[in-house]
Design a protein around this ligand. Structure first.
Ligand SMILES: [Zn+2]
Length: 462
């Protein structure tokens, strides 16, 4: 990918090799970590065609490509929507190192759905129900590329022909076309909370850029009010705590980002919990939006930035050091700069990991190539998110399950990822401690591994 705007003088640290992880990195190298993928994996638990498609594009470890993968891949090619039922079949993950061998908790999609979870990176315009898009388009007399749910889903769920983040973002034009009035925004926000609650999300941060919903003249404040109303109604009905992240847009004039930052300030403590920078990453460096982030930081508001997804670690460097990011959206290419990776680790800056989205946009060559396993083992605070429930045809439970299937995450490690999600929430500290206490109680009641029990019993709750 050609480098253009992020010139070397804009970044101070551009080391580009994982071997620069020394001296911090005695513990693990990517080669070491590959060995962890050797656990038993049952390919019948693939969640959809993407799992097999993705791994076909890169050399896979034996565990990633069992002998019968080819025949099963062809069978799976047409079953992405129905995948939940087949995926619910169990995969036993015996952890020979712990004392739970007599009663190992089986990692199944069904079980992961039952666990309490947080989601920190979820786009409103990427998480609409297909049926709702159809219904709203009919009411609003908008022509869609397809008129039945299955055909429209095939258009909206990003497939193998996606070559980049920029390609991936094209599908949003369709959802945005029906998200230009307050009633629709309220409904979509409400339904998202309902969908999240269905897989036991207890804390949900929803992000969107209000400027993308002004095409029919809706005022920015009315947009935020409408989404807040939908989320609050969802909170009441489904027992989910929600927060909004307002997004500035990389590929729109930085003055607009500043204006959106002002909007976030106005709605601080009224539903908005943070500010983000989204949109096409290549050619649109974060530092051009630093005035917006300076305003956010001066007002003691949290911020996260999409970075290191379709551009290299220089982009993450800018997010952290020009914009003051408290979390990083994706960070997939952080591994290319060991010095920066150590900084992120040392400062416990959470990464909002979105496995499926990363494979779709080619930020990762395949699930098994994703750096999540390395990041986790190295000690980074990694959280699991959907990015876009519609375009990526996924849920947090599915993302966790994919971490298990493709990267060998055992049950106690999956619980770690879940806890990291709650710990990384943009909630006031005291509120977060209380929420985490409830999560620990619930996890403890699930009779998980001994290590998980110890995690939940630990006094150090954050
Ligand atoms: Zn995103």
């Amino acid at each position: 990918m050609a480098k253009s705007k992020n010139s070397p003088e804009e970044t101070s640290q551009t080391s580009t090799s994982a071997d620069l992880l020394a001296p911090h990195s005695e513990e693990k190298t990517p080669a070491d970590l590959n060995r962890r993928n050797e656990g038993p994996v049952d390919s019948t638990d693939d969640l959809g065609p993407l799992d097999t498609f993705a791994d076909a594009h890169s050399p896979a470890s034996p565990a990633d490509e069992p002998e019968n993968a080819e025949s099963e891949a062809s069978g799976l090619a047409e079953t992405s929507i129905e995948a939940d039922s087949s995926a619910a079949e169990s995969v036993e993950m015996f952890d020979s190192e712990n004392a739970d061998a007599q009663n190992p908790q089986q990692v199944t999609l069904e079980f992961l759905q039952q666990l309490p979870k947080a989601e920190l990176h979820c786009h409103l315009d990427g998480s609409v129900r297909v049926e709702t898009v159809l219904d709203l388009a009919e009411k609003q007399k908008i022509t869609l590329p397809a008129n039945d749910a299955e055909a429209l889903r095939r258009v909206l769920v990003v497939g193998e022909d996606c070559r980049s983040l920029e390609d991936y973002l094209k599908a949003f034009e369709i959802t945005l076309s029906v998200m230009q009035d307050a009633e629709s925004l309220e409904r979509i926000a409400y339904e998202l909370v309902q969908d999240a609650a269905a897989e036991n999300i207890r804390y949900l941060e929803v992000r969107y850029s209000p400027i993308l919903h002004t095409r029919r003249g809706l005022r920015l404040t009315h947009i935020v009010d409408a989404v807040n109303d939908g989320l609050k109604r969802g909170e009441r009905d489904f027992n989910v705590v929600t927060g909004v992240i307002i997004c500035g847009m990389r590929n729109i004039n930085p003055d607009i980002s500043y204006h959106l930052a002002e909007l976030a300030v106005a709605y601080k403590n009224r539903g908005v919990v943070a500010f983000d920078l989204a949109g096409a990453e290549t050619d649109y460096p974060a530092k051009k939006h630093r005035e917006a982030f300076a305003l956010i930081l001066r007002n003691n508001i949290n911020c996260t930035l999409h970075a290191g997804e379709s551009y290299g670690p220089e982009s993450i460097h800018q997010a952290l050091h020009y914009c003051g990011a408290h979390r990083i959206g994706h960070g997939t290419r952080l591994k290319e700069d060991g010095d920066l990776l150590n900084y992120v680790n040392d400062h416990r800056i959470p990464l909002e990991i979105c496995l499926t989205s990363n494979v779709q946009t080619r930020a990762a060559k395949s699930f098994s190539d994703h750096p999540l396993r390395f990041y986790y083992d190295y000690g980074l605070r990694t959280t699991i998110n959907t990015d876009n429930r519609l375009m990526s045809d996924t849920t947090v439970s599915r993302e966790l399950y994919r971490a298990h299937l493709h990267l060998g995450f055992a049950m106690d490690e999956l619980v770690d990822l879940i806890i990291f999600g709650f710990k990384s929430a943009f909630l006031p500290y005291r509120t977060k401690v209380k929420m985490l206490g409830r999560v620990y109680d619930e996890l403890r009641s699930k009779n998980l591994t001994a290590r998980t029990q110890r995690i939940c019993d630990a006094e150090d709750r954050l």
